[in-house]
Design a protein around this ligand. Structure first.
Ligand code: ADP
Ligand code: MG
Length: 342
């Protein structure tokens, strides 16, 4: 008979990492979300070799207290929720306390931070072989997470990585999506020491439209209209593409729920229906849309990557989206009968 034993915590992290860390792009997603949760107004991302060799995310957010640095790397350690009730209404992007533990179990990771009340410090871990040690460091208010050599200790995972160009493509797409979600924050992305994207904090409508143009193309912003509709506690705002700007692929569809980019059947259906009168079969609408609603009305704890959500009142959300968009879209087409009032 074999004995049953508890897995070494870092091995357990490595196994769990499979759910959260698929490629460099997933690392960037998690680190950007942490920076935004920390209230950063400026975030800089530097990557090398498509992110496999290096992903470094630096922010000017609230920081982490020295003595909590090792804890930040532990699994199930989070400052974002405390008790079961908190799960009912999640207001932050993170809450599972898994990302840093997962990433640090499959890379060489240095976490450096300054929380303002005390000097800066850093901790460093390599794969699963080291306990983190706190060391003094130099860092302004905020946090830098430096991840090197992704999957250096898990060759089987490393083999699934694609070329530098492909990995950077995925990473850039994640960066783009998150940069679209937080207009008030400035972002910079560099690859192999070259700045590839620089976005200043957007403070007014014109600057926001400019950011959308940078990230989605000037043609999109020229051929779309801004929307902002509010009804029964739900608000939908953003930009919807003109029917003439339809695309062969569903590649310019960004939908955010409370700042989190998501994919959802209910949303897709509502949007497709709203466009159905004006869009040729097989063509896809382009949009950047933000839905805001009471966090208690949406469950984000559906999947570790949090790309999916569950609306507590699907029907209501569907009907709100359909009505709001149908009215806008119908108005875009001359001769179309206006939709009933919301
Ligand atoms: P989660 O985001 O789900 O809480 P993470 O593993 O991503 O879990 O992070 C663990 C904790 O470390 C966070 O709850 C937060 O307190 C802290 N942390 C991580 N990144 C940052 C950051 N950039 N700025 C401030 N605190 C951070
Ligand atoms: Mg997180």
């Amino acid at each position: 008979m074999r004995t049953i034993h508890l897995l070494d915590p870092r091995l357990a992290n490595q196994i769990a990492a499979g759910e959260v860390v698929e490629r460099p792009a997933s690392v960037v997603k998690e680190l950007l979300e942490n920076a935004l949760d920390a209230g950063a107004s400026q975030i800089q991302v530097d990557v090398e070799q498509g992110g496999v060799r290096l992903v470094r995310v630096r922010d000017n957010g609230g920081g982490i207290r020295q003595q909590e640095l090792p804890l930040a790397l532990s699994r199930h350690a989070t400052s974002k929720i405390h008790e079961a009730e908190d799960l009912e209404a999640i207001g932050s992007l993170g809450f599972r306390g898994e990302a840093l533990a997962a990433i640090s179990s499959v890379s060489r990771l240095t976490l450096t931070s300054c929380s303002g009340d005390e000097g800066a410090a850093s901790v460093r871990v390599e794969g699963r072989d080291m306990a983190p040690v706190i060391q003094p460091a130099a860092h302004p208010q905020g946090t830098t997470v430096e991840m090197r050599d992704l999957f250096f200790n898990t060759p089987a995972r490393r083999r699934f990585l694609r070329t530098e160009k492909t990995e950077f493509g995925h990473l850039e797409e994640v960066f783009r999506r998150i940069a679209l979600s937080e207009f008030g924050t400035g972002f910079q992305l560099s690859h192999n020491q070259k700045v590839t994207l620089q976005l200043l904090a957007a403070r007014d409508a014109a600057a926001r439209a400019q950011r959308v143009a940078r990230l989605c193309g000037a043609a999109f912003i020229e051929q779309s209209v801004p929307v902002d509709v509010e009804a029964s506690g739900l608000r939908l705002h953003g930009w919807v593409g003109l029917p003439t700007f339809s695309r062969a692929q569903a590649d310019l569809q960004y939908f955010y729920v409370n700042g989190r980019v998501i994919r959802d059947k209910v949303v897709n259906h509502a949007v497709r229906q709203a466009y159905s009168d004006v869009m040729y079969h097989g063509r896809h609408a382009a949009y950047v849309l933000f839905l805001e609603l009471d966090p208690a009305l949406v469950d984000v704890n559906v999947h570790p990557t949090k790309h999916e959500v569950r609306f507590r009142e699907q029907r209501m959300v569907h009907d709100f989206l359909f009505r709001a968009l149908h009215r806008e879209v119908a108005a875009l087409k001359p001769g179309q009968a206006p939709a009933p009032e919301v």
